[in-house]
Design a protein around this ligand. Structure first.
Ligand SMILES: Cc1ncc(COP(=O)(O)O)c(C=O)c1O
Length: 394
């Protein structure tokens, strides 16, 4: 269906090929109608629980707590896991800005980590070097950045475009340092690291159901965790920290972060088709692999990973990126550059950026190409043909 969200997807007139569009052709109407017919439209209702249970079951997490969006999932996870004003949180430079903003919402300070050029995810060898060489264990058992004297409270790996970060090395690097791992798995629902679903490696894993994600609820998010006490705290914080609904008792500053039943109804219907969507995305990637010239630099999954190929990315090189963007855009094919590395954005320019050697080159070299679930094989052929034509003309 050709619906779109203004911030993420452009309207695609006939003949245009969009980057990604939601696929809404299952039980969505039926379940939403059920909400409207019964009056269960707000943040309580059977679909909320069903949606949470279905994401928990799919990822293999014990608990899932839904939220209004992925950003709030990240924010409330940081609050619940004790990120306090003045704490440092290690974040990747190559990411959508949301997890970094969430650190700031807590009054924390981001420390930017470089990307691994093969996956675009956080460089875990550099993370290990940072924690080993630049940080020390304090008497209180926490890890402190020696240069800033600040506590390093958490690390937030982002599974960029659906490819998992090197989670074994990341867990090793943080082992015994009293550092929380909060996975930004917003783009990677369905992806696996060594056979285990992303989002289930840290204390908390956060998903987004924004209109451009592999499944959508219009807007929405979810935190998964194996820690039942953490899940209870997340539920408490996301419902305004209410202790008595009748008397309006609240025991701390909470948030109105709960998903509505209508959105959850969409989510339940979308979850019914998630595996089908992952297969479609993986098929898109396989087709591009077959069709694209090697010099297009299609990024592929590592042997230890199962990417959901939420977005297919080509690393065509700095000189080719501009001509490719121009030609594809003129041909009615929507493409997207990589996010500008976050440490270069004005509000984060003063923050520590550790051994930043690859992030800017990746930004100048990479391009996301159409990767929607409903892409037809002729459309993929057309995209690949146009890319190859630019490369041939060199
Ligand atoms: C890496 C990353 N983190 C966080 C988010 C935030 O999710 P949301 O837009 O649902 O708040 C997004 C997507 O939008 C994202 O791509």
């Amino acid at each position: 269906m050709a619906t779109s969200t203004a911030s993420t997807i452009s309207e695609a007139p006939p003949g245009r090929i969009a980057l990604s569009e939601p696929e809404i052709s299952g039980n969505e109407w039926k379940y939403v109608k059920e909400c409207l017919d019964t009056g269960w439209v707000s943040s309580a209702g059977a679909f909320v629980e069903r949606f949470e249970k279905s994401v928990a079951a799919y990822t293999g997490a014990r608990e899932a707590v839904s939220t209004v969006n992925g950003t709030s999932a990240l924010h409330v996870s940081m609050v619940a896991l004790g990120v306090e004003p003045g704490d440092e949180v290690v974040v990747p430079a190559v990411t959508f800005v949301a997890p970094v903003n969430a650190v700031k919402y807590c009054g924390g300070e981001p420390v930017f980590m470089d990307c691994d050029p093969d996956t675009l995810c956080m460089d875990t060898a550099k993370l290990a070097a940072f924690l080993k060489n630049e940080c020390s264990r304090g008497k209180d058992g926490f890890t402190y950045n020696r240069a800033t004297k600040r506590r390093v409270k958490a690390v937030v790996p982002v599974h960029v475009f659906g490819h998992p970060a090197r989670l074994d090395e990341l867990l090793d690097a943080c082992q015994g340092k009293n550092i929380e791992i909060i996975e930004d798995a917003t783009e990677s629902l369905g992806a696996e690291f060594m056979g285990k679903k992303t989002g289930t490696f840290g204390a908390a894993g956060c998903f987004s159901f924004n209109g451009n994600k592999i499944i959508t609820t219009g807007g929405g998010g979810m935190v998964v965790t194996d820690d039942r006490a953490l899940a209870a705290r997340l539920r408490h914080l996301t419902t305004q920290a209410k202790t008595d609904a009748f008397e309006y008792e609240h025991d701390e500053v909470g948030y109105n972060y709960r998903l509505t039943n209508i959105q959850a109804a969409l989510g339940v219907a979308q979850m019914e088709r998630l595996e089908e969507f992952v297969s479609a995305k993986r098929r898109n990637a396989e087709s591009y692999r077959r069709l694209l010239k090697e010099s297009a630099g299609l990024m592929w999954e590592e042997p230890w990973a199962r990417s959901n190929f939420w977005h297919c990315t080509i690393k065509a090189g700095e000189e080719r990126r501009g001509p490719l963007i121009r030609h594809l855009t003129e041909s009615g094919i929507q493409v997207r550059p990589l996010w500008k590395p976050v440490h270069l954005l004005p509000m984060y320019r003063g923050c520590q950026a550790y051994r930043m050697e690859n992030a800017e080159a990746a930004y100048r070299s990479c391009l996301n190409i159409p990767s929607g679930v409903a892409l037809k094989s002729e459309e993929i052929e057309r995209v690949a043909g146009e890319i190859n034509s630019v490369l041939r003309a060199e």
